[in-house]
Design a protein around this ligand. Structure first.
Ligand code: SF4
Length: 307
């Protein structure tokens, strides 16, 4: 409920408060949104938008921007990336994390060449059929590259809606049907407003309605937000997994890839097995990188990035 009127949109009675939310959030974005980001420039190609969406999943935009620029310089179209070796994509991924995304981008670029004449497809269905593209990426690229007002739901959007519309400190651990319906029902009916809303509400979650320490004093919807109006009650849902890093397999995988990337040639096992003190963990991580196609085993216990 907001202002005594349910946010359960889709109902005509909910249109007024939702439209107020749209108006405020979109106006805030016009003032404060990071419109200078290159993939938000009006002349950015669909390929640029596609790259940015894959790179920014699980990686902050500030870290994405320099790598995005390097990729666009080197591979300005899907055809250019498709012609490169997969290992070049992994190498150029740098330290963006979750490097399987580099391989998936490479596979998607090849599929664009084979199925779409080297262009990013312009329908949600064709986007979803590309390797490694999930519902979020298909919706985001449809909206941000082609102006199709799909419902775009990432963790930032989920957090804003959970707080503003549902009065909860945090959304559910995983996206459930009720939450998906709320996001769909929250979409403005008008196409242009909907497309701005998608990026604006996401940006509000990234810059103001952040996970820890939301800046409600600066929020354009502070007086409408259910959670804020209720005195910001503490989270009382199931325990959430921490983002531990040190000593994890993710850290060790990252270190192994870093060594292979920096070497620019194959390395013997002896140059990899001291990546951490736990040799069993090193071998497990090396095996998983090989299984993921991120590392190629060669004869003589040597390893390299995929050729
Ligand atoms: S008032 Fe606070 S909690 Fe509510 S949407 Fe704004 S920043 Fe988030």
């Amino acid at each position: 409920m907001v202002g005594g009127v349910s946010y359960d949109a889709g109902m005509s009675s909910a249109r007024a408060p939702m439209s107020l939310l749209h108006e405020r959030v979109n106006a805030w974005y016009a003032e404060a949104g990071r419109k200078h980001l290159p993939w938000r420039e009006p002349d950015c190609s669909p390929w640029g938008v596609f790259l940015s969406e894959v790179m920014s999943q699980q990686t902050p935009l500030a870290r994405v921007e320099p790598i995005w620029r390097e990729w666009m310089e080197r591979w300005p179209t899907p055809t250019d990336l498709a012609a490169a070796a997969p290992g070049d994509a992994v190498r150029a991924w740098g330290r963006l994390g979750y490097p399987r995304r580099a391989l998936r981008l490479h596979e998607a670029a090849r599929a664009m060449v084979e199925r779409h004449g080297g262009r990013v497809p312009d329908t949600p269905e064709d986007l979803l059929a590309l390797p490694g593209v999930g519902a979020y990426t298909a919706a985001a690229v449809s909206c941000f590259a082609f102006g199709i007002p799909e419902v775009v739901v990432d963790t930032n959007v989920r957090r804003v809606l959970a707080r503003a519309a549902e009065g909860k400190a945090l959304p559910n651990v995983t996206l459930n049907r009720t939450e998906a319906r709320l996001a769909a029902d929250s979409m403005p009916a008008d196409r242009a407003t909907a497309n701005t809303w998608n990026v604006a509400v996401m940006e509000l979650g990234a810059l103001v309605c952040v996970a820890r320490g939301p800046r409600c004093d600066e929020c354009p919807v502070a007086d409408l937000c259910e959670w804020n109006r209720a005195g910001r009650p503490a989270y009382d849902g199931p325990p959430r997994r921490g983002q531990s890093w040190h000593g994890t397999d993710r850290q060790v995988r990252g270190e192994l890839l870093r060594r292979l990337r920096d070497a620019r040639e194959s390395l013997p096992l002896s140059r990899l097995e001291d990546s951490t003190d736990d040799r069993v963990q090193v071998m497990r991580c090396l095996d998983s990188l090989v299984a993921d196609g991120l590392v190629e085993p060669l004869s003589g216990s040597r390893f390299r990035l995929p050729a």
